[in-house]
Write a new protein. Structure first.
Length: 287
């Protein structure tokens, strides 16, 4: 019994040590009374870290995270918070982290009371090509609306495709990638995209993405589960042309035994076959 108690204490200590407090108090947030957090609070934050905003008294309205007078890169519109919720979390992409460290954070929204902000261990598979990552529940015609500035600074001439990762583990669902509703807004769907169990890939070599995003403020990913179960949407990742910094390795028994392999959705793969994986924080191709 003592050993079990000691183990639980050690586990709790580990969790606490991985978290960095940013702010704590009570701030009644509305559009005229936002919560400002200075940039120095994010000095030690890393790409992939989880940023958590805790709150109370939510009224089924929205929360928005801003930076430098606009939406924080790597976040989404229409982020509703409900009365039975007490926190929201986002995961730091390179663009999000750069904005937090240069400009700080502004918590905006309607009718809730912020109580604490902290960051800590999040996802390990976030790299320079990740423009959004998190968990978004796709059910019946659910729509994830990520901010356009997720793509700020992207040289589209070097991008071959955009991959939309999920935990669907199937291909028989509907996906629409849109910049706006109505005519001219659809960039692709399941009939024109490459569908795999891990991701849906939109080829953008023949799409002028700079023009497509010029007069809008978001990219929308709409899914319908069809006959299958709902699933989590987990990442939006750019596929670059040419050199990618991906190492090619020949899988051996020793490598498999000594290394942990993850697919690009962040799921552990016990027995990797040929393909692309994250190993020790780097992308590798297993031949």
């Amino acid at each position: 019994m003592k050993k079990v108690f000691l183990l639980m204490c050690l586990m709790a200590t580990t969790v606490i040590a991985s978290a960095t407090d940013v702010w704590e108090g009570e701030h009644a947030v509305n559009w005229d009374n936002t919560l400002q957090i200075e940039k120095g609070k994010f000095t030690d934050m890393k790409v992939g870290d989880k940023l958590v905003i805790e709150f109370k008294d939510a009224t089924d309205k929205v929360i928005e995270l801003h930076s430098n007078g606009g939406m924080l890169p790597g976040t989404r519109f229409e982020h509703h918070i409900y009365s039975d919720q007490s926190s929201v979390e986002v995961f730091a992409t390179p663009a999000m982290l750069a904005s937090l460290k240069e400009y700080g954070l502004e918590v905006c929204g309607a009718e809730f009371t912020a109580t604490k902000i902290w960051y800590g261990d999040g996802k390990d598979n976030v790299d320079e090509n990740t423009v959004w990552t998190g968990y978004f529940w796709m059910d019946s015609w659910s729509t994830l609306e990520i901010t356009k500035n997720c793509f700020a600074g992207v040289d589209w001439s070097k991008v071959k495709a955009i991959r939309f990762y999920s935990e669907a583990n199937r291909t028989d669902y509907v996906i629409n990638v849109l910049t706006k509703w109505g005519d001219g807004g659809k960039l692709g769907d399941q009939s024109t995209m490459t569908m795999t169990n891990e991701y849906a890939e939109l080829n953008v070599e023949d799409i002028d993405m700079a023009a497509a995003l010029a007069d809008v403020d978001r990219l929308m990913i709409q899914c319908n589960k069809e006959a299958g179960e709902p699933f989590n949407f987990t990442a939006v990742v750019l596929v670059k042309d040419g050199a990618t910094g991906i190492a090619a390795v020949a899988k051996s028994q020793e490598q498999t035994a000594n290394s942990q392999y993850f697919n690009l959705a962040g799921q552990r793969v016990a027995h990797p076959a040929k393909g692309l994986y994250i190993v020790n924080g780097k992308k590798v191709i297993v031949k």
